[in-house]
Design a binder for this molecule. Sequence first.
Ligand code: NAD
Ligand code: DAU
Length: 335
Amino acid sequence: MLVTGGAGFIGSNFIRHILTKYPHYSIINLDKLTYAGNLENLKDFEFNPNYKFVKGDILNSELVEHIAQDVDIIVHFAAETHVDRSVLDPFSFVRTNVLGTHVLLEAARKLGNKRFHHISTDEVFGSLPLEETHRSFHEETPYDPKSPYSSSKAAADHLVRAYHHTFGLPITISNCSNNYGPYQFPEKFIPLFITNLLEEKKVPLYGDGKNVRDWIHVADHSAAVDRIIHDGRIGHTYVVGANCEKSNFEITKLIVNCLGFGEEMIEYVKDRPGHDRRYSVRPHKIQAELGWNPQMNFDDGIKKTIQWYIDNPDWWRRVKSGEYLEYYDRWYNKR
Ligand code: NAD
Ligand code: DAU
């Protein structure tokens, strides 16, 4: 299996899931090690004979064609993933998410139509109004991406489907909701808020704090991708989520309280430009067709996640420095 972006948050959790459940599988992890990639995420697999890391860019077609020659499947996680960064620097999102996906598709086609699974996001469907609680995203929802990030992911999804339709490439796509869990880079909402509080710093809640996200533990997302790559219908899309909508304020309060603080630690800050109001996904297809169901309830998952950050200060303190601080300076002072 060739996994792209396996040194990131979800990719590394997925590789751990696969090599634990199927120890006889072999995985090549191709990752450029951007600011978000971290080899420490898979330190325990460093010497596993069935795991090989290759540092490289998915835009390097020669490298991709070389390492993909003998694989049975490409599982494509690599991407620029932070919406706020896509506001500051849209080009890197188009480069990796659109052009990079295209390079991988071409390689898969040239190498005899390799099986290809594309990891996408529910953000391609746009934003739902808070008050229309009956509406959720599903496989037939029209695309309506709103940020440079989600637009680049939507463009990639279209290319993946075009390669299936035009060249018969055996593809599947998953559009998952917001993930949380261990090894998430602390620029994202949940790990940012946990680690800020562990440093006794305030947490920056955007706008009125009423935006809603639909949360899933990364272990449940990994299990969903596992089901799709083994039994998903070729050419099909599966929407993935755990039916767990929460407002940002609700989650903030939970984390703040769990860490022994009060609401005085919440700082309401200027909103993200174009901030999507609500995401909600209806994962009926994957449940009915593939028998997948989320196993982790949010209360347990968030407590375990908070504990993971308490137990791994070296991991997050190392990444909350250097480029990270420059990025925050740009985000808060220069936009
Ligand atoms: P992440 O930012 O933690 O990791 C991305 C990884 O991709 C990093 O290891 C990085 O080094 C690598 N990468 C970036 N550009 C690359 C390039 N040009 N060549 C090779 N490697 C490159 O991201 P994540 O949160 O783990 O997300 C993984 C995938 O899941 C993405 O495709 C994202 O769109 C999708 N997704 C994420 C979520 C979420 O909540 N985090 C939800 C749904 C879908
Ligand atoms: O829905 C899936 C998507 O979820 C993935 O495709 C993206 O890669 C992933 O980053 C995530 O996007 P979001 O924009 O929803 O995640 P983020 O963690 O950046 O923000 C979650 C919510 O928290 C969002 O409404 C914005 C808010 N927020 C975020 C940050 C970083 C704050 O209030 N303050 C913050 O400092």
